[in-house]
Design a protein around this ligand. Structure first.
Ligand SMILES: Cc1cc2nc3c(=O)[nH]c(=O)nc-3n(C[C@H](O)[C@H](O)[C@H](O)COP(=O)(O)OP(=O)(O)OC[C@H]3O[C@@H](n4cnc5c(N)ncnc54)[C@H](O)[C@@H]3O)c2cc1C
Length: 476
């Protein structure tokens, strides 16, 4: 049953997670002003699923239950599902900046595939347990965060080689009832205002790392779980027209000997498949990153054109502005095109769900990750200094100076100064404020570093086939 946005917010009040922000314990995440932009953004994923005009994009019929579900909880059963997911993420992110909940979709699809493969290889019963969990999430229309990235310690060392054994989350004991885990997941999107945590391993493992090969799901307020969160966006800042409304919190999640019952465990020591679980998640998730940054690109293209026009420059007629805007479009849509291609060339897994093509998923993510800085450079160049120098709304409306500011800051005669200043403030908010920095860092690091995507491209691209083509043509 689809929840309304209000029901989502209310359901957070039924939970009691341990969350700290700036040293203070949060009483109620649903009512915490520092988290409000994050809660608002996730609420939009509930709101849009109920709108008839978005029904096809935002919802799907679960092949497990036959019931209508939010597409963010759907298992892809076709290339069309993969494409719809990409479109959904763009739709949500052009409204909220970051939909956050798509991580859940990506983890569910990776677990669907990997639990099936685990059972085939090891005779375990993970898949049926996972299906029970999936049905629970779908029917209750819950939101989960995905905790994959460990603290990782010394990057040149494997989990078992670290100076402290808990720098990667690990199993510290097992009994008939379940497993007990200890450690930290170091960067987790939206964690405070989700219902559940899905934990995945962050890398491939060796036999000596078997205790680190672990995946499970638990309620966010499970005993022994503590979150240390950043605020979401720029809450309460009148100079932040967008990120005071919508934002994303990231949190550290610490697991202090947390007990996980077996029915919520999806990998426990089968190190051989830890890497393929990570890889499957990354392949789905990098397409989500492509959709998310296309949504950001939509905002940037629209605002850059609007500001150029307010400055008196017609982007269709002024040569260098035309070049800049067409470059912006090129960066945004070339990455998005890789997402579309990854969906269209998606393949059915042995488990029966569909996964995007990994080469195009990784190339699209690489393009948006490295070109975010080109995109921001163009936005800043096109806008001019007003981007960081516009007066605050209070000054534009002030009885003392408002009238004069509105007169002097008007550029093109038929466009009011307030329009120009408002668009400049939006661009500052998403490209040049603390949140602007945040958008560049999430673009380059979120979903994996550029190097991680390059490695995947080199692993998955059929280089041997290209070599044999060259040999055939050259007669070598
Ligand atoms: C805003 C934001 C939200 C995020 N949300 C989530 C989330 O919800 N869930 C989640 O699990 N993760 C999340 N992440 C984490 C993200 O996946 C990681 O930041 C990313 O995988 C890079 O890992 P890292 O930050 O530990 O950087 P590092 O791994 O430390 O990378 C830093 C640099 O070191 C290089 N490097 C690392 N290891 C090696 C090595 N062995 N050899 C050579 N070079 C190396 C990298 O290529 C990179 O250039 C989020 C990140 C951000 C910024």
């Amino acid at each position: 049953m689809l929840k309304t946005p209000e029901e989502y917010v209310q359901s957070l009040r039924d939970l009691d997670p341990v969350v700290y922000i700036r040293g203070n314990r949060v009483e109620s995440v649903a009512d915490e002003p520092l988290l409000e932009p994050g809660v608002n953004a996730v609420a939009v994923t509930y709101e849009f699923a109920l709108l008839p005009e978005y029904a096809d994009t935002m919802t799907a019929v679960s092949h497990v239950t036959g019931r209508k579900v939010n597409r963010l909880l759907h298992i892809n059963t076709s290339q069309n599902d993969l494409l719809k997911k990409l479109e959904m993420v763009r739709l949500l992110c052009r409204e909220t900046g970051c939909a956050q909940r798509y991580l859940c979709h990506d983890a569910l699809n990776a677990l669907y595939e990997t639990t099936h493969n685990l059972d085939l290889q090891f005779g375990t019963d993970y898949h049926v347990k996972f299906l029970t969990y999936l049905e629970y999430l779908q029917d209750a229309d819950l939101t989960t965060c995905v905790a994959m990235t460990d603290a990782k310690g010394d990057r040149s060392k494997r989990p078992h080689e670290q100076h402290d054994p808990d720098l990667y989350l690990r199993i510290v004991s097992r009994d008939d009832g379940g497993i007990t885990v200890r450690g930290i997941k170091a960067i987790v999107t939206g964690a405070p205002y989700t219902h559940e945590i899905i934990v995945l391993p962050t890398r491939g493992m060796t036999a000596q790392d078997e205790d680190y090969a672990v995946s499970f799901a638990i309620p966010i307020d499970t005993e022994g779980v503590e979150l240390v969160s950043r605020e979401a966006g720029r809450p309460g800042d009148p100079g932040a027209p967008f990120t005071s409304r919508y934002g994303q919190a990231t949190a550290q999640i610490m697991f202090d000997d947390v007990f996980i019952p077996w029915d919520r465990v999806f990998l426990a020591g089968e190190w051989e498949l830890a890497g393929s679980l990570t890889e499957s998640f990354a392949t789905h998730h990098r397409v989500s990153c492509i959709g998310a940054r296309a949504g950001l690109g939509d905002m940037l293209i629209g605002a850059s054109v609007s500001l150029a026009e307010a400055n008196g420059l017609d982007p269709q007629k002024t040569g260098h502005v035309r070049d800049k805007i067409s470059d912006l479009i090129k960066y945004v849509e070339s990455s998005y095109a890789c997402g579309v291609t990854a969906a269209v060339f998606g393949k059915e897994t042995r488990a029966g769900n569909f996964i995007p093509d990994p080469v195009y998923s990784n190339i699209g993510k690489l393009l948006q990750g490295v070109h975010i800085y080109d995109i921001f450079r163009i936005v800043h160049d096109t806008a001019g200094g007003i981007l960081v120098a516009s007066p605050y709304p209070e000054d534009m409306q002030s009885p003392a100076v408002g009238e004069k500011l509105n007169r002097y800051l008007r550029a093109r005669e038929d466009i009011p100064a307030d329009y120009r200043v408002s668009v400049a403030r939006l661009l500052e908010d998403i490209t040049a404020s603390y949140q602007g920095g945040w958008y560049s860092v999430i673009s380059i690091s979120g979903g994996g570093s550029p190097e991680a995507t390059r490695l995947e491209v080199m692993r998955k691209y059929d280089i041997e086939e290209r070599k044999s083509l060259a040999e055939k043509l050259s007669g070598a």
